[in-house]
Ligand binder design. Structure first.
Ligand code: AP5
Length: 184
């Protein structure tokens, strides 16, 4: 059983590593960013509401995200584990998730924080070139991360679940370190 939450700044490698561990452990990789980008591409109601926040590098309002997570974690493929990437993103999402995981009796095993210096993050994202990877939007995403998401490191630190890993090393080295952590 694998139930993991990835924390880390934009470009820290959450998606990359979550995808690798998901393939290895056969549990779904649940990325709120990917879910939202699909909704934007399909021009669903959710996508229409979310697009302008995403393009500005702001968080999408919680009321657009919370039901989506409840529904996704309730799907059949998530009963035996999951890897969350991009959720929770602020303290109110983390409190919501606490309540939800208790309700569905699926405690999280580890909160994995990927640590990467800002300038490395900016370089990585500029060379990726997603729609929200322009320099101004990246700087705002980093500011939003510092203000709203980084406090989750302390939120989880007290619970013996948080493990910080150096994300500023080759992808395979990061994966190997993460695998060591979750096998412990
Ligand atoms: P989201 O999709 O979650 O984006 P993000 O947090 O900004 O993260 P990224 O996808 O940019 O980075 P990552 O850490 O996953 O790194 P990756 O593996 O891709 O969110 C986008 C937007 O959606 C938000 O701004 C917000 O508007 C909205 N949103 C999403 N969730 C929300 C929520 N819960 N609440 C409210 N709003 C929400 O890697 C990045 C690049 O680096 C890639 O090119 C990769 O190949 C490369 N790379 C990765 N690892 C390494 C390595 N070790 N060495 C060298 N290069 C590497």
């Amino acid at each position: 059983m694998t139930r993991l939450i990835f924390l880390g700044a934009p470009g820290a490698g959450k998606g990359t590593q979550a995808q690798r561990l998901s393939a290895e452990s056969q549990v779904p990789h649940i990325s709120t960013g990917d879910i939202l980008r699909t909704a934007v591409a399909k021009q669903t109601d959710l996508g229409k509401k979310a697009a302008h926040y995403m393009n500005a590098g702001e968080l999408v309002p919680d009321d657009l995200i919370l039901d989506l997570i409840r529904e996704r974690l309730g799907q059949a493929d998530a009963t035996n584990g999951w890897i969350l990437d991009g959720f929770p993103r602020n303290v109110s999402q983390a409190n919501f998730l606490d309540g939800l995981l208790e309700e569905i009796q699926q405690p999280c095993d580890f909160v994995l924080n990927l640590d990467v210096p800002d300038e490395v993050l900016v370089t990585r994202l500029l060379s990726r070139g997603r729609q929200d990877d322009t320099e101004a939007v990246i700087r705002n995403r980093l500011a939003v991360y510092r203000e709203q998401t980084e406090p989750l490191i302390d939120f989880y630190r007290g619970r013996q679940q948080l493990v910080s890993v150096n994300g500023n090393q080759p992808m395979d080295a990061v994966t190997a370190e993460l695998k060591r952590v979750i096998a412990a």
